[in-house]
Design a protein around this ligand. Structure first.
Ligand code: ANZ
Ligand code: ZN
Length: 809
């Protein structure tokens, strides 16, 4: 009797069984080799989108494969559940953020379960719960003790639309990471984490991350932006005032023709004191400061002469001092020495203000250029530089730097672009910063035993300002030191704090006497495989590395790096654009699972493109995956009904070979995340089975089909479990991964001797039935052979079937 592939019934059935039997619960079992597999946990916005689904499908397929390979796999899920959307929902519709978040989480868990994801749900971590954020506060206190958390007034990035400040990483190129709106700069007193204290280690240990995508490492490297340079002290003419400048090109110091100050620089007022142009300069400064500092450096070069001069310490030359829009206060010393001949910005500025240009490095070719068309920024031979003339500029860089240090005109300095991590947020839905302000004792940390500082319930969400500030019961408190009346800090923490250590929490999610149990973390960490989007290259991935190192130094674990191997999956696109609500091209996962089932969705996603590449959504592809599963269903049906016409007694050798080859290829592909080629191999396999299914012995047909079901199971786990059961077995989850016999793959290969001009030069092994053309190509491409043939003309190739090939050159 024929049955239909009833995916709905099957998927519901197995999801129920897995849950009831705790199939995927993992214990800290030491006998099996551990593997920690993790996907970046989601912000619970309510619905899974295809980007999530893709991320989790990749992870789940790998997890199921590894379990069958005999690993003890930690594969947990959680929710990054503090953050703005919940609070904005509260402002808009009055719903409590906690309630809103809980609803969204419930909905997402439901959808994830429908996808058949094999998480150990007993390890669920939800960051907005007290039992989690209490440890954010504990970590904050430890950081505070060690000077890694501190408060300072600084120009910060303010996002008017999110109504809060942002860290530098969250305001790249001047727009907010969350809403994309332009960011303003404001002076505010804020809390920071001293990530700069780890700049060197964060940079140096990138080298150890050999299994991270190169582009992520390059992005982190550039973000940290270490540059080695020299600080040279110039002097304001007629005074003793020093002006230190930071330069990476001390070799150009004899070519300095002016200096430029950032408009914000505190010394500017003194410099313009004698100018008869004070008002205009004041207006200029005011205008530039109010401009977007991210854009201001890209714009046309603008500036004004201050009326003051500086003296160059190496040759006593007097040079004019300008204020310029392209100099930033945050970088180096906020003032620069300008060398128009060898720096393009200085060149443009000099052209505009008629400043003379002095070349100190020769262009290749050797003669001094009468007129440069652009700055020459490469290396060359030194000229016009006193005793340094004739040196190579790269040598002069070191020699001049030595000279400056020896003569006490300056110092060597390493400079970083990385700034400390601003973690204050003026919003309600986050972890309260555990600090109390007392008029007598000033800044007082909340004692550990008073943690957690709980978020108050029932606050008013007006959309204006931070609701915590208006909440008297929260703000008013007693000073833990003197007992006098005091006030709580009302800033909450950046939610990136929550995601900087959640992966450690999974190791012992119920631990109650610290963020986590050290034994469990030392056992499970680091994460062996992490999977997530590239958009976190310098946000989450940098912060997590910092936390791992800082928490190691606090002594609560012994790990240096959190993620051994990183896979950044591509986007899901449809009709040429990223799938997103705003583009209106979203395919809902509910629709797909209703219409075709989760197994089809998974198979399509894995088959459609390699994980690192973008995936183009394609309805035909989804249907194709569905048809493929139906064919497998029908094949098992056939075995069950045993309705074949004719049966050989001998095994089909070709099919044996195909089976072994398929197992090998799918195994290798799954280990290397090459899901699409693995699925393609399964498709060829089923074709091979179908060709022979009517004649091979029943036992062989059953064997090859059972292998097919096992190989299919990581991709399409529900149908595989069902077919396995129909074939008369117990549970497939937990079954061992099939092995192949290499001898049976190679059995029909032959060794071919390759000669060049009659001399034996190499041997290759090829399939016995390989066509002549292909054998010839392989032989010619052979590296050993190419030593003798490269650059020579091949006159003739003689091939003796399955034996010998002679190349005549
Ligand atoms: C003189 C010079 C000559 C420079 C030359 C470059 C080429 P990185 O490598 O990114 O660290 N600089 C220093 N502080 C600055 C500031 N606050 N705003 C804008 N520019 C600043 O860049 C270091 C170089 O950037 C420094 O070396 C300085 O210009 C400039 F042929 O000094 B240089
Ligand atoms: Zn006090």
């Amino acid at each position: 009797m024929d049955s239909k592939y009833d995916f709905k019934e099957i998927e519901t059935k197995w999801q129920y069984i897995w849950e009831k039997e705790n199939t995927f619960k993992v214990s800290d079992d030491d006998t099996k080799k551990k593997f920690y597999l993790l996907e970046m946990f989601p912000y619970p916005s309510g619905d899974l989108h295809m980007g999530h689904v893709r991320n989790y499908t990749i992870g789940d397929t790998h997890a199921r494969f590894l379990r069958m390979k005999g690993y003890n796999v930690l594969y947990p899920m959680g929710y990054d559940s503090f953050g703005l959307p919940a609070e904005n929902a509260a402002i808009k519709s009055g719903i409590d953020p906690e309630e809103w978040t809980a609803k969204c989480i419930t909905r997402m868990i439901q959808q994830q379960k429908k996808m058949g994801l094999s998480y150990d749900w007993s390890r669920l971590v939800i960051t907005c719960k007290q039992e989690y954020y209490k440890w954010n506060q504990w970590i904050f206190l430890k950081f505070f003790e060690k000077g890694l958390a501190y408060k300072k007034k600084a120009p910060i990035n303010w996002c008017p639309s999110c109504n809060t400040v942002l860290a530098n990483e969250q305001a790249q190129n001047g727009s907010c990471w969350r809403c994309d709106n332009s960011v303003h700069v404001k002076d505010l007193e804020q809390w920071f984490f001293r990530i700069t204290g780890y700049a060197d280690e964060l940079l140096d240990s990138l080298e150890k991350l050999t299994q991270w995508p190169e582009r992520v490492k390059v992005m982190q490297k550039n973000w940290i932006g270490r540059s080695e340079g020299t600080v040279i002290n110039f002097r304001v003419k007629g005074t003793n005032k020093g002006i230190p400048v930071f330069t990476t090109r001390p070799d150009t110091v004899y070519g300095v023709k002016f200096m430029a100050f950032a408009p914000e620089h505190p010394l500017v007022n003194d410099l313009i004191a004698h100018s008869n142009n004070k008002d205009e300069i004041g207006r200029f400064i005011h205008r530039v400061i109010s401009e977007d500092k991210f854009k201001r450096t890209d714009k046309e070069k603008e500036g004004m002469f201050t009326g003051s001069y500086a003296v160059n310490p190496v040759n006593n030359e007097e040079i004019p001092i300008y204020i310029a829009n392209f100099v930033l206060m945050e970088y180096g010393t906020g003032t620069i020495m300008c060398v128009p001949a060898h720096d393009q910005r200085d060149f443009e500025f000099a052209g505009k203000f008629n400043i003379t240009i002095k070349q100190v490095i020769l262009l290749p070719g050797g003669v001094e250029q009468p007129e440069l068309k652009a700055a020459y920024i490469e290396e060359g031979i030194m000229i016009n530089s006193g005793s340094f003339n004739g040196m190579k500029s790269e040598d002069a860089r070191k020699k001049i730097s030595d000279y400056i240090v020896e003569n006490k005109i300056g110092n060597r300095m390493v400079h970083y672009k990385l700034r400390d991590w601003l973690i204050s947020r003026q919003r309600y839905w986050g972890t309260p910063i555990p600090i109390i302000y007392c008029s007598k004792c000033s800044i007082v940390p909340v004692p550990e035993e008073d943690l957690p500082v709980k978020l108050p319930k029932g606050v008013k969400f007006t959309g204006k300002g931070n609701p915590l500030q208006e909440c008297k019961e929260f703000v008013q408190c007693r000073c833990p030191k003197c007992g006098g009346p005091a006030e709580r800090e009302t800033d909450t923490m950046d939610t990136f704090v929550d995601s900087s250590w959640y992966f450690s929490r999974y190791c012992s999610p119920q631990h109650s006497s610290g963020p986590y149990d050290r034994k469990a973390v030392d056992h499970w960490m680091p994460v062996d495989q992490y999977i997530g989007g590239i958009e976190h290259a310098v946000l989450h991935l940098l912060y997590s590395r910092f936390f791992t190192k800082a928490l190691r130094d606090i002594g609560i674990h012994g790990i240096d790096e959190p993620f051994v191997r990183l896979l950044c999956q591509g986007m899901v696109v449809k009709d040429g654009a990223k799938m997103s609500k705003s583009k209106g091209n979203v395919v809902s996962i509910d629709y797909i699972t209703e219409k075709y089932g989760a197994d089809t969705a998974r198979l399509f996603i894995l088959f459609a493109s390699p994980p690192e590449m973008d995936l183009e959504w394609n309805d035909e592809g989804v249907k194709g995956a569905f048809r493929f599963l139906n064919r497998i269903w029908a094949l098992v049906e056939k075995i069950m009904n045993n309705d074949r016409t004719h049966e050989n007694t001998a095994e089909d050798k070709g099919l044996v070979r195909l089976m072994n080859r398929t197992i090998r290829k799918v195994t290798d592909d799954l280990a290397g995340f090459s899901f699409n080629t693995a699925v393609a191999t399964l498709m060829e396999y089923i074709n091979g089975i179908k060709e022979t299914q009517d004649r091979v012995p029943a036992a062989q047909l059953r064997e090859v089909t059972e292998k097919l079901v096992l190989l299919l199971s990581p991709f399409a786990p529900h149908i595989a479990e069902e077919l396995w059961q129909r074939l008369g077995h117990g549970r497939l989850s937990g079954h061992a991964w099939p092995l192949y016999d290499a001898a049976l793959i190679e059995a029909d290969s032959v060794l071919i001797v390759i000669q060049v001009n009659g001399k034996l030069r190499s041997r290759i092994s090829v399939a016995a039935d390989m066509p002549e053309q292909e054998v010839k190509k392989l032989a010619c491409d052979d590296l050993k052979i190419r030593e003798y043939t490269d650059g020579r003309e091949i006159k003739k190739i003689i091939y003796i079937q399955k034996k010998l090939l002679n190349i005549v050159v």
